[in-house]
Design a protein around this ligand. Structure first.
Ligand SMILES: [Zn+2]
Length: 268
């Protein structure tokens, strides 16, 4: 019988102890120091999770507040129909990169997602807890290799900047699918902070505001032209007549234009 070649040595990130994982085992607790680590090919990194502070009802309330807010189209909270919701611990690669001058946290989704906004959530270091095996059933396994994520995280980094630390973090995410005007959308609620994330959503339209502003400018420009026209037609008396009409119509136009602006604000 041929002896099998020795497996590459893997050492604990925290204590340096030699790890001997079973084949296909990726989530691991160090037998020497108890650190939770993740094995990505030949790399051993710390494995953390962020505990949810919101339950499902609170996550839904957080979504509703975002839908009722200023970014989204008016009454989205009442007009959108939520079609599905699910909870999962989603994997992100967590990099501390920096130079001697400054350090910075970079996040990269460690699994496929349409919501790349995920990169911009904030994970305070104090919220990181050692990953627990009991969360595995609710956790999505990473599918983006650490090395690929590292090279993305280092894109645009200046000279002298390097990755000081990398870790795998499972973050608590509620995924909501909803339909608005027959179009499907996805929004995520990060259950650590309650932040709502979405790349594409029914946004407030700008066109009606621009149109109302344009109408207002046109009306006042036309009114201002009246005295000028008057003076061209009938010199001094023409100017007075033109000015009188201009002021008279102006007094009428102001409330009408204000009403238009209010109507647009209420509709959009
Ligand atoms: Zn250890």
């Amino acid at each position: 019988m041929q002896p099998s070649p020795p497996a590459p040595t893997l050492n604990c990130t925290q204590c340096g102890g030699e790890l001997h994982p079973d084949e296909s085992q990726i989530f691991l607790t160090c037998p020497y120091c108890g650190a939770t680590v993740y094995l990505d090919k030949a790399h051993v990194v710390f494995h953390w999770y962020v505990a949810p502070t919101l339950n499902e009802t609170q996550a839904r309330e957080s979504l509703m507040r975002w839908m009722a807010g200023n970014q989204t189209v008016k009454d989205l909270d009442r007009k959108a129909r939520i079609t599905a919701q699910a909870f999962q611990y989603f994997p992100v690669w967590y990099f501390k990169r920096g130079s001697r001058e400054q350090e910075q946290i970079e996040l990269q989704p460690a699994a496929a997602t349409s919501v790349t906004e995920l990169r911009h959530i904030s994970i305070p270091a104090g919220d990181l807890r050692p990953y627990e095996a009991s969360l595995e059933a609710q956790s999505l396994a990473p599918s983006v290799p650490l090395e690929a994520a590292t090279s993305w995280a280092m894109q645009g980094a200046g000279a002298g900047v390097q990755v000081l630390e990398s870790a795998l973090v499972h973050i608590p995410l509620y995924t909501f699918k909803y339909v608005y005007q027959n179009q499907p959308f996805t929004a995520l609620v990060e259950a650590g902070t309650g932040a709502t994330l979405a790349n594409i959503y029914p946004a407030k339209a700008e066109a009606p505001y621009l149109l109302a502003g344009g109408v207002t400018a046109l009306v006042f420009l036309s009114l201002a032209a009246l005295p000028v026209l008057g003076s061209l037609i009938g010199s001094e008396s023409g100017f007075t007549v033109g000015l009188t009409i201009c002021l008279g119509l102006g007094v009428l136009a102001v409330p009408a234009l204000l009403a238009l602006a209010a109507w647009v604000a209420a509709k959009v």
